[in-house]
Design a protein around this ligand. Structure first.
Ligand code: 26W
Length: 823
């Protein structure tokens, strides 16, 4: 059966997709599965009943997909990631199964609309930001393209913390997302694995007299899988996201118990269950905690065991075809311990030789890098490895010894190169460089945007690229058009489908057909109506969460992402202060009324990022209570930014802020979501911004700032004080900050901010781009003034966004990495 028909044909004995069948199942789940009589004030039970009704239909297709993959026996890919930022599942499943109209009809008798029920669902926030959300978009694309890709991750009891803003300061509160149950997971205890920790390596001779190693006297933890269905878009495919939960083994307590030490026994149980308790909320700096390494190994080992177990079930201990039928994609270095773990399993458990195991490992592992920031590069102390994973350290040392011999052979006598490239960084505190381990153990290494990959090749991984140029490749990120257009922007979805047909949902390049419509005045008017409706909906959210009134007739200028100095939310704040200063001086010539929205979480230990949040809040407060500003400028900081908020935000944005210091943002993916939904970008030549600019053209993008090489060059003679004193506008802005104008009775709170802007060592070079940014914002105002011109550019942004579909990205992974032709 071909792909197009499979999605439409229902098996005769499958659950009905008609309103009556759905309504009957909804009623049954409500009354019998959940035991409820009436719909109370809370919609929780009705939501759960609906989720179960939809899930039943997913499960049928899930089993059929499993059977089909078993029969077709294709090459399978395991996507290993410490993060999957899935967001909500119900609305996505309803869209992908084409159940939305039917569900609406079935709900009528309950006097409750689908939108209200959807809001009952907690976001699955098992990720920090870009990297985790990318993994979620990739799973959607893999299922939609019918590719046998399984996501492997951790079932954190607590996901990304909730951000509460108290007196302008971020306060973290735990995300107990499983509190009310999770209808989207199915526990699979029969697939439990055992993961070893601590202990020692023991060497022995097997029956054939071969030297072998085994890992003994370990403390073991159980890995119990919970499976989450991942539906493809209307193709009948349902893939799997398998999340591991850590549990104590049962025998742990026997010794201690008999020794009468009940409490020690229970403490051991706690230690095991800690592993998947909480997601680490750092998105760019490594914190070196032992528990984090335990999480990484726990995920890697359980997932590899799972894949190997299935292999052995079907093929016995013959691994000759294993590499042709399996691949592992490492989402950054976080699961890189999978490299030595696969070696260990193949050698110690399945008795392969080093050579056979290494061949398999290096033909199956592929590594994606997501950041150039040096503080984010993972290094684990050798001592920690030795204690926690002694057998793995042996293997890492052996990999390194053989690798360095190869380097020595290529570059005889170049000892400095050997030192530079060593997986083990020598010194007083020797460390394992995880990125180098990932490169050596993989056949493919990719960056996530063209510039990022070029910078990897010429900078961070230069020596490796020189040795193995063929390993390196680029895969520019993308986002799924299902969630980020069809689902989140129903107004635009309907307008698009009515005018260019609906095949764009599975083939985003079809948006090109919009181009001629940019010149159609009637279409532009409809385009504006759609945008305005979305702005009204966002204004409601902002009013509710921030108590700030956004006027949908003003420009919506939006920056939502993690708060980090390199992303330069500060530049945005400086511009807001500059506008405030102009308004107070009566200099409103050419100014366009704006609502500025900023949102994002700071890592709990990142003091400067937290101060920036406070500054945004205080500037917002000062601006919003000044009556002179009201017609021109309103500012809000949106607390607890998350996936479901972005679904409300990106359809409503007029202007997308992408202000990172050139060379620092690997790709960015929010930039793509905004573009798809018709926002214009004001951005630097960084990450995927460069490709967005190229796709949409200079006239439809507000470019500013130094490029990556100018940033490097300027560093040598960077003098922010001189820049500030040479720019009247900048001077006035700094004067307002430094005079305490925004302190609101807390003296000195922003001293660190002004000091960092003024520092010649400011790594992010905020001052260097101030003038260029403010000028670009003036160009924004000039274009926005011309409503028709703006609409035209907005339409062209959507029309040119086709290449930022994650379907395009996944096709490229499939072609160049997972199905890489053998030379
Ligand atoms: C070890 C702590 C840690 C945790 C997360 C270090 C680094 C990370 C990630 C690399 C942070 C991240 O999310 N990176 C983002 O990945 C996106 C998807 O490729 C890119 O679009 C963003 O530019 C990049 O910052």
């Amino acid at each position: 059966m071909d792909k197009a028909t499979r999605g439409c044909v229902e098996k005769p004995d499958w659950l009905g997709m008609d309103p009556e069948s759905v309504a009957a199942d909804l009623k049954r789940h409500f009354a019998l599965t959940l035991g409820r009589d009436e719909v109370g004030e809370s919609h929780h039970y009705l939501y759960t009943a609906l989720a179960l009704t939809v899930r039943d239909r997913l499960v049928e297709r899930w089993r059929a997909t499993r059977d089909r993959y078993r029969d077709e026996n294709p090459k399978r890919i395991a996507y290993l990631s410490l993060e999957f930022l899935m967001g909500r599942a119900l609305s996505n499943a309803a869209l992908n199964l084409d159940m939305e109209p039917v569900v609406r009809e079935a709900l009528q008798q309950y006097g409750c609309d689908l939108e209200a029920l959807v809001e009952e669902e907690m976001d699955a926030g098992l990720g920090n930001g870009g990297l985790g959300r990318l993994a979620a978009c990739f799973l959607d694309s893999c299922a939609s393209l019918d590719l046998p890709v399984t996501g492997y991750g951790l079932r954190y009891e607590y996901g990304m913390f909730h951000q509460i803003v108290r007196n302008g300061y971020q306060v973290e509160s735990p995300d107990n997302w499983l509190r009310n149950g999770n209808p989207w997971e199915i526990e699979s205890p029969e697939n439990t694995c055992r993961v070893q920790f601590f202990g020692d390596t023991e060497y022995y001779q097997d029956d054939n007299g071969t030297e072998r190693a085994r890992w003994v006297a370990t403390s073991d933890v159980l890995a119990v899988p919970y499976d989450v269905p991942v539906p493809g878009y209307r193709n009948g495919t349902v893939n799997t996201l398998r999340l591991w939960k850590s549990e104590a083994t049962d025998e742990f307590n026997l010794d201690e118990f008999n020794a009468g030490s009940y409490t020690d026994a229970v403490a051991a149980k706690n230690l095991a269950e800690q592993i998947t308790m909480v997601l680490y909320p750092n998105d760019a700096s490594e914190n070196g905690k032992a528990l984090r390494l335990r999480q990484q190994y726990f995920l890697s080992s359980a997932s590899l065991q799972d894949v190997l177990r299935r292999w052995v079930r079907h093929n016995g201990r013959d691994f000759s075809q294993f590499a042709e039928k399996n691949g592992f994609q490492l989402n950054d270095t976080h699961p890189t311990v999978a490299v030595p773990e696969l070696m260990r399993l193949l050698m110690d458990e399945y008795l392969l030789s080093w050579g056979q195991a290494w061949e398999i490992t290096t033909q199956t592992m592929a590594y994606t890098n997501h950041t150039l920031l040096p503080e984010a590069l993972e290094c684990w102390p050798v001592g920690l490895f030795r204690e926690l994973l002694p057998r793995l350290l042996d293997i890492i040392f052996e990999i390194n010894a053989r690798f360095l011999a190869e380097v020595a052979e290529h570059y005889p006598g170049d000892v400095d190169r050997q030192r530079r490239m060593s997986i083990i960084q020598e010194g007083d505190h020797p460390q394992v460089r995880m990125a180098y381990l990932a490169i050596v153990g993989s056949f493919s290494v990719n960056g996530v945007a063209v510039l990022h990959t070029e910078l990897l090749k010429s900078g961070l991984f230069r020596d490796f690229c020189e040795l193995w140029p063929e390993k390196f490749n680029n895969k520019t990120n993308g986002v799924t058009p299902r969630r980020w257009l069809a689902h989140c922007n129903p107004g635009l979805r309907d307008l698009l489908s009515e005018t260019i047909g609906d095949d764009w949902v599975a083939d985003l390049d079809a948006l090109e057909r919009l181009k001629p419509l940019a010149d159609d005045a009637a279409f532009r008017a409809r385009w504006r109506d759609v945008k305005r409706d979305a702005k009204v909906r966002l204004a409601e959210l902002v009013a509710r969460k921030c108590d700030v009134q956004f006027d949908p007739d003003m420009m919506f200028d939006v920056q939502v992402k993690r708060i980090h100095e390199y992303k330069r939310q500060l530049l945005n704040v400086l511009h807001v202060i500059h506008l405030y200063d102009r308004i107070r001086r009566g200099d409103t010539e050419g100014l366009q009324p704006r609502c500025v929205l900023i949102g994002g979480k700071a890592a709990p230990g990142y003091a400067m990022a937290k101060t920036i949040i406070k500054l945004i809040g205080n500037v917002a407060e000062t601006v919003n209570r000044d009556p002179r500003c009201r017609p021109w400028l309103r500012v809000a900081f949106l607390p607890d930014y998350k996936v479901s908020f972005m679904e409300r935000i990106c359809p409503a944005a007029d202007l997308s802020e992408q202000t990172s210091t050139a060379g620092k943002e690997a790709s960015g993916t929010g930039n793509m979501k905004f573009m798809m939904n018709g926002a214009l970008t004001i951005g630097t030549l960084d990450g995927a911004n460069i490709e967005i600019l190229e796709a949409v053209g200079q006239d439809n993008f507000f470019l500013f700032g130094l490029d990556a090489s100018e940033v490097q060059e300027t560093r040598k003679h960077y003098d922010p004080d001189a820049i500030i004193s040479g720019d009247r506008d900048f001077e006035r802005v700094m004067q307002l900050i430094e005079s305490g104008h925004f302190n609101l009775l807390e003296p000195g709170i922003f001293d660190s901010v002004s000091a960092s802007i003024r520092s010649p060592h400011d790594a992010w070079m905020t001052a260097a781009d101030f003038r260029s940014y403010v000028d670009a914002q003036r160009r924004v105002d000039r274009v926005y003034r011309d409503t028709e011109l703006w609409s035209c550019k907005s339409i062209l942004n959507t029309a040119c966004s086709g290449r930022f579909s994650s379907d395009r990205t996944i096709r490229a992974y499939e072609r160049d990495i997972w199905n890489k032709p053998k030379e």
